[in-house]
Ligand binder design. Structure first.
Ligand code: BT5
Length: 318
């Protein structure tokens, strides 16, 4: 109901009387008053003038689930949202929910994280109300080795959403960095809960710098606001991201990796470059030539041999 009240108020340029508003929404005046009170408590600026009625002034910059859900039009992704002002890491909450059996598409959103994390225990800076910090539960009916593809699929979805909504040219640095003009805009962390050959659930963690000021980010990072010099509505970006994730996930389930890899190539910053890959087990250098069906990076070494790498940190040399 809150979203319906907001929609009607936002559409009305001047005042709308309490009587008209409650008639339109088919609720009592008393219920309307309670909802307006609740909206004000959440930070919505709505003025109420006797004999004139209500007028919408502004929304708080928050990722409230009822706003994210409103006109989202997905069937799975974000159908259920757990929202927090502050958490240690959305990954931890999503893991608990996954173990409790929550459905695929369940989304954990936080306005800030006190222990936001990257891969291998690295940190993820999550300043409050500035970025998008989410974890999404997936339950793919596939072998555990599909998880690298889920990272690629998420990267493609992020790039498509940003390109579509903001007219920017994001790129993917294999495997999990979203880059704009060679600076890091976002990252993906994919975690798996599985038995030997069966996935219980996968958690896709996404961190995106939206309205972050430069000074609140590492030197190597950027935000949308820094790129377009404008404050951006995080809800619009998040909704488009969820829609793209849903579409790409369906495509992946029905048609396999190929269509996703095809899209990935278009956003790739890595392919064609000479790269150095550093993982816990080895260091490798060569030309990044393509992506394999399982999401692995195919590297042509100086010996001419092609080697596949499934995970690791990458340095672009030239
Ligand atoms: C990543 O790791 O890029 C994955 C980041 C995933 C974050 C999301 S937020 C929601 C969910 N909950 C979590 O706790 N995590 C996920 P990695 O490739 O290891 O990169 C980490 C490195 O990126 C750090 O060592 C920093 O150098 C840099 N970094 C930290 N915060 C950043 C930020 N806000 N923007 C850009 N770079 C950042």
């Amino acid at each position: 109901m809150l979203e319906k009240i907001l929609e009607t108020l936002k559409k009305t340029s001047s005042y709308i009387s309490g009587e008209e508003l409650s008639d339109r929404l088919k609720i009592t005046r008393q219920a309307l008053w309670k909802h307006i009170h609740e909206l004000k408590g959440l930070g919505y600026d709505i003025v109420a003038v006797p004999h004139l009625g209500y007028k919408f002034i502004s929304s708080p910059d928050r990722l409230f689930p009822f706003e994210v859900n409103y006109q989202l039009n997905t069937k799975v992704m974000g159908k259920r949202i757990y929202y927090f002002e502050s958490v240690s890491s959305t990954m931890d909450i999503a893991a608990q929910l996954g173990m409790q059996g929550l459905l695929e598409g369940t989304l954990v959103l936080a306005e800030t994280q006190t222990k936001g994390r990257g891969r291998l225990g690295r940190f993820w800076l999550s300043p409050k109300y500035k970025g998008i910090y989410l974890s999404l539960i997936l339950r793919p009916k596939m072998q555990p080795n599909c998880i690298a593809m889920l990272t690629l699929l998420s990267a493609v979805s992020i790039c498509e959403a940003i390109k579509d909504k903001l007219d920017l040219e994001p790129m993917i640095k294999w495997p999990n960095d979203i880059m704009i003009r060679n600076k890091k805009l976002g990252g993906i962390l994919t975690e798996l809960n599985a038995e030997a050959d069966r996935i219980n659930f996968v958690i896709i963690g996404i961190g995106l710098n939206i309205n972050n000021d430069k000074k609140s980010l590492p030197e190597s990072a950027t935000s949308i606001k820094e790129q377009i010099h404008q404050h951006v509505n995080r809800i619009t970006v998040l909704q488009e991201l969820l829609r793209r994730l849903e579409t790409n996930y369906l495509v992946f389930q029905k048609q396999g990796s190929y269509p996703i890899i095809k899209r990935w190539r278009q956003f790739s910053l890595t392919l064609g470059k000479r790269v150095k890959i550093i993982s816990q087990k080895m260091h490798l250098e060569g030309q990044a030539v393509d992506i394999d069906v399982d999401g692995g990076l195919l590297l042509r070494k100086d010996s001419g041999l092609i080697e596949k790498v499934l995970a690791g940190d990458i340095i672009h040399l030239r």
